[in-house]
Unconditional design. Structure first.
Length: 371
């Protein structure tokens, strides 16, 4: 209808004041004061002249259901999006965030100790993050290998120093000891010696011989070769061990792959094997098990001797091959020392480790340069 808005009421009067400010070609909406209506205004023009303004009135109650429908639809869409995104976020969190937290925690330990390697199942993928985890695993392995080499070097230096000291002491003892044994032997040859004196001389001689044998154990020279190692040398030790095994009712697992002569000194290899076997028998409880494997592979003779029983402690490992280091009530603790000296002179390696239910000694002797 055509009407003068100012005559319809104060709210319409204020609306009329706003209409001239509407530019041609545009529309504006107004909330009519003191009314439940919304007004949409559009200027009516003809060429350069403005003829008037078209006003369209809408009741606010018409928009409420539509607004609620829009809100409900938007809420449903939002919930649907959340239902899709939450599992995806949970999956990516499990895949990336948790592994990265574990990696960060392990890397934080590097300043104080070598961290444990991460389980490959923590992040099994091969993307850039997987390469980071692989690099961390390689770093941990390199650190552990470096620590192992450092410990081996320290132990080798300590054993070498102990060997030089023991050899020097042995030579210094041997000179006067030989003179004392000669004097005792001369005294025994004299006629008319009192039986009580002869008994004392025998006691002295046995004590001096024990000292000589102990000193001789400190002097190992495996460079002289009387003959090369043959398969029968290994089988002989199996027979020699039977009585010791029977006393404690031990079982023996024997594996000998040697079928021909090997260019290694037979006497010293036999000494290594028999000492390791006797140590294994002594360390095994009754009705236990002793294992021995002799293998020739990659131009190396590999000797493996294992036994059931108590595992080696870390402190024992640190001083295992040092002279006079023993936990047994009998013996002077030179067996493993002699073995170590022989292996070193044969340019080989010896190591000890705890396995599932056994203590295992492994000796590797190169044979290629002796052919």
């Amino acid at each position: 209808m055509l009407a003068n808005l100012r005559k319809l009421g104060p709210g319409y009067g204020r609306l009329a004041e706003k209409l001239p400010r509407i530019r041609a070609g545009t529309t504006r909406s107004f909330d009519l004061e003191q009314s439940n209506q919304i007004v949409v205004a559009a200027p009516v023009v003809e060429g350069p002249k403005r003829l008037g303004t078209l006003l369209i009135f809408y009741s606010k109650t018409v928009f409420v259901p539509r607004f609620l429908a829009i809100v409900t639809r938007a809420g449903g869409i939002a919930l649907l999006i959340l239902a899709v995104l939450l599992p995806i976020n949970w999956y990516w969190g499990r895949r990336m965030a948790l592994p990265l937290m574990q990696l960060s925690s392990r890397m934080g330990e590097i300043g104080t100790r070598i961290p444990d390697p991460l389980d490959p199942a923590v992040y099994p993928y091969r993307d850039e993050l997987g390469q980071l985890f692989a690099a961390f695993g390689g770093m941990v392995m390199a650190l552990r290998e470096g620590e192992r080499l450092k410990d081996n070097m320290v132990q080798s230096q300590r054993l070498a120093a102990a060997g030089r000291l023991a050899a020097g002491i042995a030579h210094e003892i041997n000179n006067p000891l030989a003179g004392m044994l000669t004097a005792v032997d001369t005294l025994k040859q004299r006629p008319g010696v009192d039986p009580r004196v002869m008994k004392t001389i025998g006691l002295l001689e046995r004590g001096l011989i024990q000292i000589r044998d102990t000193v001789q154990a400190l002097l190992v020279d495996a460079r002289t070769v009387d003959r090369f190692l043959a398969p029968n040398d290994i089988e002989d030790m199996r027979m020699l061990l039977q009585s010791q095994l029977s006393k404690k009712r031990l079982s023996l697992k024997w594996h000998n792959e040697l079928t021909e002569e090997v260019a290694l000194p037979a006497a010293y290899v036999r000494q290594v094997v028999i000492n390791l076997l006797l140590n294994a028998v002594q360390a095994t409880h009754e009705e236990g098990r002793v294992e021995c494997a002799i293998e020739l592979a990659a131009e190396q003779l590999c000797i493996t001797v294992a036994n059931t029983g108590a595992p080696l402690m870390a402190e024992q490992m640190a001083h295992l091959f040092e002279p006079f280091a023993t936990n047994k009530e009998t013996g002077h603790g030179l067996g493993l020392w002699v073995i170590y000296q022989i292996v070193q002179q044969l340019e080989g390696r010896i190591s000890a480790e705890n396995r599932s239910d056994t203590v295992c000694f492994i000796v590797q002797l190169p044979v290629e340069h002796r052919q």
